[in-house]
Design a protein around this ligand. Structure first.
Ligand code: 0O2
Length: 244
């Protein structure tokens, strides 16, 4: 890579650059001049860094899942997806937090540019997979929010972790931050459908609608507890793995 923006940013903090030009929705414009094309290339290079972190975690999860399948004849991971936050979404978040739109601010303050969502059958699987991941020497836990033990007011449940994962590039090793969301199938059903319902900002939720959504979340939580009990009685899952 000729102009390695990542290296430049790490070695010289003064070399920070604005990654979108201020103005009317400039982030939605296509680059037109050479300077802008260069900016676009740099942005893609930085996104490659985050994509590499997500890939590294996905590979680890595939290995864990296969190993578990060999040993226990079942999968603790039902489904895994990774995503890179869109430029529009990053800009929206930075503006909301009042951050200057520069690479350094983006890389230091926005920790969910790379995201991995892991869906597990049982609550114990959620905690077991989380534990197995952060016990790996090249994965470091930076932050954890347990919305399973402490659900959000609206009923949202999930285990959120910000980790850094080491990625070896051709000439450097870097710790890439990745947000990991772990939840059960029931938690995911609620979160995905709730997300669909409130996707359009102009939709107004009445108190009654909020109450009904919370009721649905409680039903999901109860279903999870019942499934967990069944799994324990059938020795499918290990109760010692429950919670942190
Ligand atoms: P996207 O596109 O899903 O990534 P932070 O991200 O740290 O600035 P916060 O609120 O402290 O903001 O983070 P938190 O609580 O860890 O939640 C971040 C992500 O969790 C959200 O990402 C959602 O994916 C998910 N999430 C949190 N609360 C809810 C909820 O009530 N319903 C649903 N469906 N998902 C939720 P983003 O940034 O919204 O976007």
């Amino acid at each position: 890579m000729s102009t390695n923006i990542l290296k430049k940013l790490w070695n010289n903090k003064k070399d920070d650059q604005t990654f979108v030009e201020l103005g009317e929705e400039p982030e939605l414009r296509l680059p037109q001049t050479n300077d802008e094309l260069d900016l676009d290339k740099q942005y893609k290079q930085i996104m490659f860094f985050y994509e590499s972190g997500a890939h590294q975690l996905m590979a680890k999860l595939e290995i864990l899942n296969k190993e578990f399948q060999f040993c226990n004849d079942r999968n603790p991971i039902e489904n895994v997806k990774s995503r890179i936050k869109t430029r529009e979404s990053i800009v929206r978040k930075m503006k909301k937090q009042g951050l200057p739109l520069t690479y350094n601010h983006m890389m230091n303050q926005i920790r969910d540019i790379a995201g991995v969502r892991i869906i597990c059958p049982f609550i114990t699987d959620v905690y077991q997979v989380a534990r197995l991941l952060i016990s790996q020497p090249d994965v470091e836990l930076a932050d954890i929010k347990d919305y399973i033990r402490n659900p959000k007011e609206n009923g949202y449940r999930s285990l959120h972790m910000i980790v850094t994962v080491e990625v070896r590039f051709s000439d450097m090793v870097r710790k890439v931050p990745v947000e990991i969301q772990l939840r059960t199938i029931a938690m995911n059903f609620w979160a995905s459908t709730e997300h669909q319902l409130r996707y359009k900002k102009e939709r107004i939720f009445t108190d009654e609608m909020h109450r009904q959504l919370k009721e649905c979340a409680d039903i999901m939580a109860e279903a999870d507890e019942k499934m967990q009990k069944l799994a324990e009685n059938l020795n499918v899952s290990d109760v010692e793995n429950l919670y942190w």
